[in-house]
Structures are given as structure tokens and as C-alpha cells.
Design a protein around this ligand. Structure first.
Ligand SMILES: C[S@@+](CC[C@H](N)C(=O)[O-])C[C@H]1O[C@@H](n2cnc3c(N)ncnc32)[C@H](O)[C@@H]1O
Length: 325
């Protein structure tokens, strides 16, 4: 076993995105967990309506759709199939992993968001995978950086957190009692601010499991996932490493760049507004149109999953408008 200790941010960066990293694997994220994108095509339909609404607000019939952390391009494929006739869409998949074979040639595959485009930037379950350092309050209540051994995930406390990270903790996630832990979300704020700044106009939306300052989890939420199961987080490339997002901090960072207020609400409210509801079809439809009734029943089941309390419906939607010109 190597005795290779470092902070969690550096360890996770290599474990997820290094040459042999977890996200470079051919099976892609869908091989290990289910996001809203995989749960139902209703999600892509809702994003298509959001894109059309964004185009209307911009007064154009040609818009960009930028999917940050695009996985294997599943969301973009679904949205392109659902956009209304007459709306021309330039689709960009921003992804660290390589372009999958057979992807729709209309989708441009890029390592960074394109600069200066106008339209909708959408990031579903991206920010939770932006690696952060961890801090833990020691016996005297001093916040120290958590160091981890890459080979087996063993932890020990390092130096006191200082500088910009200490400032971030003070503002967004103060540690008060010995043993309390926090994910230092500064890299996520910065990543989100860069994504917002790439738009020349339109709307940027980040969707993720999230918490806000009033209700931070006392011990943080760092978790590993492999093949659909939660596993102990070990930064050796064998599993996903994820933690809930301090979405209020990201909102403040994006808002500062855009010069416009940000809005955070849950997926339940956001999807309802976009016409996705878990209501069952009327029973009278069963005799009038049995096939239509079955289709509507299946759709209402999928909508219920996307909007469920205690599940995907609790995800946060951070919306940031960017004024054109
Ligand atoms: C949890 S998956 C979500 C995939 C997809 N958005 C979905 O909802 O099914 C996160 C994805 O973000 C990608 N990713 C993480 N950081 C990135 C970055 N800085 N630039 C581009 N892609 C990134 C990962 O490679 C991974 O495919």
C-alpha cells in the first residue's frame, strides 16, 4: 500500500478525472447511477420547453444549448428530439470524458463551455462531482484540512484551513463543534461562476442535491457510488465521489458575475412550472382510449418519480438569468 496522503480535492481530481479516472470508463455515469435524465424522457421534454421559453425571451429562433457535465450526451439527445419545429438549436456537450461513438453529429463535443453563446446552459448533477477539500473541527474547534490516503481512504487531520478556504467556511459553513465536517465548496462556486460568465445572454441552470446555510449536514455528505450502490469513499478510481452542493454559495457567485439575482427552488416546483406533474389521468379515459390511458398512466408514474419528496423532487434548481448585450 502506498503512503500517499493529500487533501480530498486533489485526491478526487485524480480518482475521477485522471487518465485512469472513474469518469473515463467506457460505461459512463449511467453504468453506476440513475439521474433524472435516465429516469424519464419527461425531463428532456421539460428542458426543451425551458429552451424554447428562453429563445422566446431572447426574441430569437436560433439558440445554443450547453450541457455541462453531459455524461454520454443523453440529455442533449433527448432535448433535440423534443424541441418544437422552427427552433434551431446549436447543441454543445461539455464533458471531460471522450465523445461516445454514434452520437448525433449535430452535438458538438467540447472540453470547456463555448464562450459568448446565447441560450440555455444546463448542468444536471455536475457540481456535486466538482471535487472539494474537506475540513474537520479538531478537539479545540479549529477547522483543519482532512488529509486522505489514496489507496484505502484512511483519513487524518492536516494543517488549519487558511486563506480563501477559511473565508469560505466562515461565510458559508462555519464549523462550531469538535468533529463537525464541511466540504469547502469554493471550487464549485468558481466553476459555476465561470459557466455563467460563458453565456452572452440567456439562462444558466444547475440542478443538484443541495443544502443551504441554515441546514448544512453537520458531518458533510461525501459518498462513494459504484454499480448502483453506495460505497465507502476511497479515492482510488474505483468509485464515484460525490457530495451535496452548497447551492446558496454557488448562487451568490453566479449572481455576482451576471449582475442579476439568482433563484433557487426545488425540482418539484421547477418541473411543475414546465408542465410535468404526477397527476393520474382520469379513469374515464380508460374506456374512451385504453392505449392513451396506459401511456398517460406510465407518464404520470415517471413524473411522480421526478418530483418525489425524499427523492429527485427535492433536488435544487439554481436559475441564473444573464442579460444579453
Ligand atoms: C453525475 S454525472 C452527470 C451526467 C449527466 N449530466 C446526467 O445528469 O446524467 C457528472 C458528469 O460531469 C462530468 N464532469 C465533471 N466535471 C466536469 C468538468 N469540469 N467539465 C466537464 N465535465 C465534467 C463527469 O465526467 C460526468 O460525466
Amino acid at each position: 500500500m502506498t503512503d500517499d496522503w493529500c487533501g480530498w480535492r486533489e485526491a478526487a481530481e485524480t480518482a475521477l478525472y485522471g487518465d485512469e479516472g472513474f469518469y473515463r470508463r467506457p460505461e459512463g455515469p449511467a453504468g453506476h447511477f440513475r439521474t433524472s435524465v435516465h429516469a424519464s424522457s419527461l425531463f428532456a421534454g421539460a428542458v426543451a420547453r425551458l429552451l424554447a421559453g428562453t429563445a422566446r425571451e431572447l426574441g430569437t429562433d436560433e439558440v445554443a444549448l450547453v450541457d455541462v457535465g453531459a455524461g454520454r450526451g443523453e440529455l442533449l439527445t433527448g432535448v433535440l428530439a423534443a424541441v418544437p419545429a422552427g427552433l434551431r438549436v446549436r447543441a454543445y456537450a461539455v464533458e471531460i470524458a471522450g465523445r461516445p461513438p454514434g452520437l448525433d453529429p449535430r452535438i458538438e463535443w467540447c472540453a470547456e463551455p463555448p464562450q459568448g453563446v446565447t441560450g440555455l446552459l444546463f448542468a444536471n448533477e455536475w457540481l456535486d462531482n466538482v471535487p472539494t477539500d474537506l475540513a474537520e473541527a479538531d478537539a479545540d474547534g479549529v477547522a483543519r484540512r482532512v488529509m486522505v490516503r489514496r489507496a484505502d481512504g484512511t483519513e487524518r487531520l492536516g494543517d488549519p484551513v487558511s486563506g480563501a478556504d477559511a473565508e469560505w467556511l466562515r461565510r458559508w459553513w462555519p464549523l462550531t463543534s469538535p468533529g463537525d465536517r464541511a466540504e469547502i465548496g469554493r471550487p464549485r462556486d468558481e466553476a459555476w461562476a465561470r459557466a455563467v460568465a460563458s453565456l452572452a445572454g440567456g439562462l444558466a441552470v444547475a440542478v443538484d442535491y443541495a443544502h443551504v446555510r441554515e441546514s448544512r449536514p453537520p458531518f458533510g455528505t461525501l459518498t462513494g457510488f459504484r454499480a448502483g450502490r453506495e460505497v465507502r469513499p476511497v479515492p482510488d478510481g474505483s468509485c464515484d465521489l460525490t457530495s451535496h452542493v452548497a447551492l446558496d454559495a454557488c448562487a451568490a457567485a453566479g449572481s455576482a458575475v451576471a449582475g442579476e439575482p439568482a433563484e433557487v427552488r426545488d425540482q418539484r416546483a421547477a418541473l411543475r412550472e414546465l408542465g410535468v406533474s404526477g397527476e393520474r389521468p382520469p379513469l374515464s379515459l380508460a374506456s374512451a382510449d385504453p392505449a392513451g390511458y396506459l401511456r398517460a398512466l406510465a407518464a404520470s408514474g415517471e413524473a411522480a418519480e421526478l418530483t418525489a419528496r425524499g427523492g429527485l423532487g427535492d433536488f435544487g434548481w439554481l436559475s441564473q438569468r444573464v442579460r444579453a448585450g
